[in-house]
Write a new protein. Structure first.
Length: 257
């Protein structure tokens, strides 16, 4: 009886042990399933692949934004361009390229002085070839004032010792460049008048029994002139005048000081 009891207990123990083993196996089997299930949603490589394009998109942004500070100096260069153009302006002392750009009309503050020397044609009193010199100084409002002196010798007849004529006077001119809207500064038209004294000497006859005095006398003279001056160099030019006074026409050269 004791033996039978022991065998029954042993059998029962074996059954219980087998049940425990089976229970443990049943418990252990779902564990890998849960682990595999947990591992399935983990898609870290996928997320890493997705994040890589994001970083790639951000990289071009930095590349696009990088040239932005380099573009800022461009306006500075454009602003400096006019400064270089202003420096390229011709200096006041530089000579113009064209010969006809020399100005005969300077500012009133400079008071430029013109020295004229010329020869006259067709005298009004007697005959001969007058040689004259005049000086003009620029004044205000397109006016110039100055003086003149002219001399010529005239032989009248075979027995005459000749006549000497000297004209000394003051003259004033009004320059018409602004009134006529003359665009060429080297061309200076003007009109004016003169007033002075005429000296006539010599001319005594000595023929046979007769001695004749001079038929020309001294006195005051009044003159009118219309002329123009043209400067073909900064300090040298030419002039021409017509009018009444010493001669009908006067031609000559001009020097500017």
């Amino acid at each position: 009886m004791k033996t039978f009891t022991r065998l029954a207990v042993l059998a029962l123990a074996l059954v219980c042990s087998t049940d425990l083993v089976l229970a443990q196996q049943s418990v252990r089997r779902p564990a890998p399933k849960t682990v595999s299930a947990a591992k399935k949603p983990v898609a870290r490589p996928a997320t890493s692949q997705v994040r890589k394009p994001v970083t790639a998109t951000t990289a071009p942004k930095t590349q696009i934004q990088a040239p932005a500070p380099a573009a800022s100096p461009a306006p500075a260069e454009t602003r400096q361009a006019p400064a270089t153009q202003t420096v390229a302006r011709p200096q006041p002392g530089a000579r113009p390229t064209a010969a006809r750009t020399y100005s005969t009309r300077s500012s009133h503050r400079s008071h430029a002085v013109y020295l004229n020397a010329g020869i006259g044609l067709a005298t009004y009193y007697g005959g001969g070839l007058p040689l004259g010199v005049s000086v003009e100084v620029e004044a205000k409002n397109n006016f110039s004032i100055g003086g003149s002196i002219d001399y010529y010798h005239y032989n009248y007849g075979y027995y005459s010792s000749g006549y000497n004529f000297v004209y000394v006077g003051a003259r004033a001119s009004y320059h018409l460049g602004e009134a006529l809207n003359v665009q060429n500064n080297s061309f200076d038209p003007y009109v004016g008048a003169s007033l002075g004294f005429r000296y006539a000497g010599g001319g005594a006859y000595s023929y046979s029994y007769y001695d004749y005095g001079s038929s020309y006398n001294s006195g005051v003279f009044i003159g009118l002139h219309l002329g123009a001056r043209f400067m073909f160099a900064p300090k040298v030019g030419a002039f021409a005048e017509v009018g009444y006074g010493v001669s009908a026409v006067k031609l000559g050269l001009t020097a500017k000081f």
